[in-house]
Ligand binder design. Structure first.
Ligand code: KG4
Ligand code: ZN
Length: 349
C-alpha cells in the first residue's frame, strides 16, 4: 500500500509517499526558516499561512517524483500533534480532504513517533528493542522502544529541551534562528574546554535532564567577558559556542549511555533535530564503539521535521496491524499538546 503523508506541525511543510513494502518513494520539503529569521523565531500565524501556500505544490512534486497518480494512493497520513495548532490544522485538513474525496482512510500520526521511527529509514537499520534519545526543539526524552507502538518513557527534560537550549544560548550570542545549526557551526572553530559551563544532572541517578540553567550560565559568562575586553573576539565567540555545545552534548551522551546500562540494551537510536549535531554524533559513535553497542541516526536530511517520517510511521503502524483501514470517517481534531505515551499500544499494568 502507498501512503501519502503530510507534516506541518511547526516551520517545515513536508509531503512524502511511502510504500508499506518498498519504503520511501519520494519526499519534498519546504523550510520556512528564511521567512521567520527576521523575527528571531517562529511566528505561528505566518507559519500557518505558508503551509497553505506550499502544501499543494509539494504534493504535486512528490507524486511526480515518485511517478504516481492519486489513484495509486491507499491511505493518507498526517501529523495530528504535538505542535502549533494553526499549523497542524493545515496539514490535517488537507489530508482529511484528500482522504474524504478519494474514500481513503486518514491516519493521524504523533510527530514524535515520526522522529522515533525515522532511523529505520536509514541503512543499516536498528532491530527492536532499542533505547531512543529524542532530541528536538520542544522535546528531550529517553524511551525504551520494543516495537512499533510499544514505547516506555525512561526520562525527560524537567524544563528546556536540548534544541531549546541550543536556540536560546545562540540567541544570547547574537546568532540567527534556528540557533542549533548556527551555534554548532561556530563551535567547530572553538575549543570546548575554554569555559567551564554547568552540566546539570550529569551525575544524578535518574534519566531526566535540565537545561534551563545553561542559558543563565552562558549569559553570565558573556557579560563577564564583555566587561573584561569590550566585545568578544571571533575566537572567544567560537570558544564559548564550543563550550556550550560540549555542555549540552556531554549530558545527552551520558544519560543515553546510562539508559543503555539500566535497560541492558545494546542499541541506541538518536532522532529529532539535535540528532543532526556533528559533535553529538561523533561522541556517541565513539562511546558506543567502545562498549560494542551500536548507534543509529536518521539520514541527515531527515533529522529535522519532514513528511517522510510521518508517512513512514503510518506505514509501520499499518504493517503492525495498528490501523483500522476500514475507518473512513473524517471527523478530526489536532492535538497541540499530546503525550507520546498516549499512542503506546501496550497494555500497562
Ligand atoms: O525536530 P526538529 O526539526 O523540530 C521539532 O520538532 O522541534 O528540531 C528542531 C531543533 C531546533 O531547536 C534546532 O536548533 C535543532 O533542532 N537543531 C540542531 C542542529 N540542527 C537542528 N541543534 C544542534 N545542532 C544541529 N546541527
Ligand atoms: Zn520535530
Amino acid at each position: 500500500m502507498i501512503i501519502l503523508g503530510f507534516e506541518s506541525s511547526c516551520d517545515e511543510t513536508g509531503v512524502a509517499a511511502v510504500c508499506t513494502e518498498r519504503g520511501l518513494l519520494a519526499h519534498a520539503l519546504h523550510s520556512q526558516i528564511a521567512m521567520h529569521q527576521e523575527y528571531g523565531g517562529v511566528v505561528p500565524e505566518l507559519a500557518s499561512r505558508d503551509h497553505i501556500r506550499r502544501v499543494l505544490p509539494l504534493t504535486t512534486e512528490v507524486l511526480q517524483k515518485a511517478g504516481l497518480s492519486f489513484g495509486d494512493i491507499g491511505a493518507i497520513a498526517y501529523t495530528a500533534g504535538p505542535g502549533l495548532a494553526g499549523a497542524l490544522l493545515v496539514g490535517a485538513s488537507v489530508a482529511q480532504s484528500f482522504a474524504w474525496a478519494r474514500g481513503l482512510p486518514a491516519i493521524p500520526i504523533h510527530h514524535l513517533e515520526g522522529h522515533l521511527l525515522s532511523p529505520l529509514l536509514a541503512s543499516p537499520r536498528p532491530d527492536f528493542p532499542f533505547v531512543a534519545l529524542l532530541v528536538s526543539g520542544g522535546h528531550t526524552q529517553l524511551m525504551r522502544v520494543d516495537g512499533v507502538g510499544d514505547y516506555e518513557l525512561l526520562g525527560e527534560t524537567l524544563d528546556d529541551a536540548a534544541g531549546e537550549a541550543f536556540d536560546k544560548t545562540a540567541k544570547l550570542m547574537g546568532l540567527g534562528y534556528p540557533g542549533g545549526p548556527a551555534l554548532s557551526q561556530l563551535a567547530e572553530q572553538g575549543d570546548p574546554s575554554s569555559y567551564d559551563l554547568p552540566r546539570p544532572k550529569l551525575h544524578s541517578h535518574d534519566l531526566d535532564f535540565s537545561f534551563s540553567g545553561l542559558k543563565t550560565a552562558v549569559l553570565t559568562r558573556l557579560r563577564h567577558l564583555e566587561k573584561e575586553s569590550g566585545s568578544l573576539s571571533a575566537q572567544q565567540r567560537a570558544n564559548l559556542a564550543a563550550s556550550t555545545e560540549a555542555a549540552i552534548v556531554d549530558v545527552l551522551a551520558a544519560k543515553a549511555l546510562k539508559a543503555l546500562k539500566q535497560t541492558g540494551l545494546k542499541n541506541l537510536v538518536v532522532a529529532g533535530g539535535v540528532g543532526a549535531n556533528r559533535h553529538l554524533r561523533r561522541q556517541l559513535l565513539a562511546a558506543l564503539a567502545a562498549r560494542r553497542g551500536q548507534v543509529f541516526f536518521p539520514p541527515l536530511d531527515l533529522c529535522t521535521d519532514n513528511g517522510a517520517m510521518i508517512a513512514f510511521a503510518a506505514a509501520q503502524r499499518v504493517r503492525a496491524g495498528l490501523v483500522d483501514l476500514a475507518d473512513t470517517s473524517h471527523a478530526f481534531t489536532v492535538k497541540p499538546r499530546w503525550d507520546l505515551q498516549d499512542v503506546c499500544e501496550r497494555e500497562t499494568a
